[in-house]
Design a protein around this ligand. Structure first.
Ligand SMILES: Cc1cc2nc3c(=O)[nH]c(=O)nc-3n(C[C@H](O)[C@H](O)[C@H](O)COP(=O)(O)OP(=O)(O)OC[C@H]3O[C@@H](n4cnc5c(N)ncnc54)[C@H](O)[C@@H]3O)c2cc1C
Ligand code: SF4
Length: 527
């Protein structure tokens, strides 16, 4: 088996991985990035609902009461996300568990992350959407809220030169979306990093040197970890990577999966691996707009409708927005029932045809993101298959019904006719009981102040495994009530700074030096 030695091995190429790849390479470390998904870029994208195309990149893990969606490709979720880029509100960081313990490490709050949010926003050119670019669905949502005296804000996006083509979730063919393969990743390569795609890390082993005290400079640190990886194409060659530092950025599912499968080699690993997954408590409600109300339009403008309301954040811990969906994605994940009285989910018949005819212009879907506790668990079953479970208790039932009531009240008070929504399992059968689906999963290897409460410390370093870091969504300890990517990226920037400081790495290449936290504008940004 071939052995490749490197200073820093990074698993994954999404938001959690891209920042350390760039910062550590720019500071002079030898960096190798392994991405299991295929290479992808602007020229590869298609504007289509073809499931063969979509399923090449978009993957899912479904379980009891919860489904998770994520992308596996160069840049992780960044090629396919809706590019909404929001900072988590300050109270998010003060959430506590049932015993009153703060979910986030004591040293971390919005103020501590703000300088890194600044840096992440500068890198991705995040800005607020102009009023004239707000999609019609967003304008209708704003009107619904305004009629009731509720506030709404225009969202912030990582995009430049948007054409409003409505295919954000199949990838931007115009290169307008600021995906990571347009900024962080090519800059990391320019700084000397190597990025390999279609190679999956399958096992992690500590080497004996992991128990030796680590010197202050990276170049003096012995090789401490071995990663076994396999090519997913061609000969499916197995390769051994040996590294002084390993940074896991495989995402909430990918990072937990690798650590769980490697657990026999990692006897001191926290028992929390795979646990405490937070999922932003997304509750959705659909309705038909009343006659005389302006038209929405599901299929033009950005995929995300452009507006968000913080009106119910203080009272209910939720933010509210509207959602749009490509027709095939919608009917494969949810069945809309036109008549509230009908007990069975009929796919056919005139009432359903009538509803489908109205779908594009007259149907509005509201969605709330909330601060549900981090209660889901990912495990590896006896035959190596993943299992995902979310226990539903009375409190979660109450949250679901309370939030549904808020959304239904917004619609009904505006004269909308509610549409019953059955969320479907992979056999297209209605889910039993309440079911949450999200692309905002975080926390399977959460940061905490002690191993008794989490998997990594506030610096992202795995408890009892020096030099092994988690820098992606898996490290984020709580629901955010807003989209997750910007917080993951800001936290990864923070972790990268910490690693560089710990190992005496300083930005050595002119033009690649990161902006000091707190300063906007990045001389290294060349996208
Ligand atoms: C359709 C969609 C729309 C979204 N819209 C938004 C939005 O508008 N705003 C927002 O903030 N968020 C959005 N998100 C969520 C956002 O994309 C995620 O929060 C973010 O990508 C998570 O970052 P991450 O670094 O944790 O992992 P990811 O970005 O998922 O990256 C992990 C990468 O690691 C790779 N990997 C995993 N395991 C291994 C392994 N063993 N070996 C090698 N590679 C591995 C994966 O293939 C993947 O590419 C959306 C997500 C989806 C799917
Ligand atoms: S709506 Fe804008 S960002 Fe989305 S795919 Fe079209 S041009 Fe790209």
């Amino acid at each position: 088996m071939k052995t490749i030695r490197t200073d820093v091995l990074i698993i994954g190429s999404g938001f959690g991985a891209a920042a350390p790849a760039l910062r550590l390479a720019a500071a002079g470390a030898k960096v190798v990035v392994l991405e299991k998904g295929p290479p992808v870029g602007t020229a590869d994208f298609r504007q289509t609902s073809d499931p063969n195309y979509i399923l090449k990149y978009i993957k899912g893990t479904a379980g009891d009461h919860l489904s998770l969606t994520y992308a596996e490709a160069l840049g992780g979720g960044s090629g396919f996300y809706e590019m909404v880029s929001l900072r988590a509100p300050s109270p998010v960081f003060d959430q506590v568990d049932e015993s009153g313990r703060r979910l986030w490490p004591e040293s971390l709050d919005r103020r501590a992350l703000d300088p890194y949010y600044d840096r992440a926003e500068a890198m991705l050119h995040v800005s607020q959407i102009a009023l004239e670019e707000v999609p019609k669905t967003g304008l209708v949502f704003a009107q619904l809220m305004k009629n009731l005296g509720y506030s709404v804000d225009r969202c912030r996006y990582a995009v430049r030169g948007c054409q409003g083509s409505s295919f954000c979730v199949t990838g931007c063919v115009y290169g307008a979306k600021q995906s990571l393969f347009l900024n962080y990743l090519p800059q990391a390569v320019a700084a000397g990093a190597t990025i390999e795609t279609e190679i999956e890390a399958i096992a992690l082993h500590p080497l004996p040197a992991v128990r030796q005290p680590a010197p202050a400079r990276l170049r003096d640190v012995p090789y401490r970890y071995e990663i076994i990886a396999r090519r997913r194409t061609g000969t499916r060659e197995t390769i051994r990577y040996v590294a002084r530092l390993v940074i896991l950025g495989g995402g909430t599912v990918g990072t937990a999966d690798l650590l769980l499968r490697s657990r026999p080699n990692l006897p001191f690993l926290s028992e929390h691996v795979g646990r405490n997954i937070a999922y932003n408590g997304s509750v959705k409600v659909a309705a038909v707009l009343p006659d005389g109300f302006p038209d929405g339009d599901m299929f033009t403008g950005r995929t995300h409708p452009g507006m968000i309301s913080y009106q119910f954040f203080a009272s209910h811990g939720i933010t509210v927005h509207a959602v749009k969906a490509l027709p095939l994605m919608l009917v494969s994940t949810a069945h809309l029932r036109p008549e509230a009285r009908s007990r069975t989910s009929g796919w056919w018949g005139p009432p359903h045809q009538d509803l489908m005819r109205q779908l594009r212009h007259r149907v509005i879907v509201l969605d709330a993101f909330g601060l549900t506790p981090p209660a889901a668990t990912l495990a590896i079953g006896e035959r190596g298959a993943r299992t995902l479970s979310l226990p539903v208790d009375a409190e979660l039932e109450r949250y679901h019904s309370r939030v549904k009531d808020v959304l239904e009240a917004i619609l009904v008070q505006n004269g909308c006719r509610l549409v019953q929504t059955d969320f479907l399992d992979k056999n297209l059968q209605p889910q039993q009981g309440i079911h949450f689906s999200t692309a905002h999963q975080v926390g399977s290897c959460r940061m905490a102040d002690s191993k008794a409460a989490g998997v990594v410390d506030a610096a992202g370093e795995v408890f009892d495994y020096p030099g092994l870091y988690v820098s992606d969504g898996a490290a984020i300890p709580s629901s955010l009530a807003v989209n997750t990517s910007l917080t993951i990226l800001a936290n990864a920037e923070r972790i990268a700074d910490g690693v560089a400081a710990r190992y005496g790495l300083t930005a050595s290449r002119p033009g690649l030096r990161p902006p000091a936290p707190g300063r906007s504008g990045d001389p290294g940004s060349r996208s």
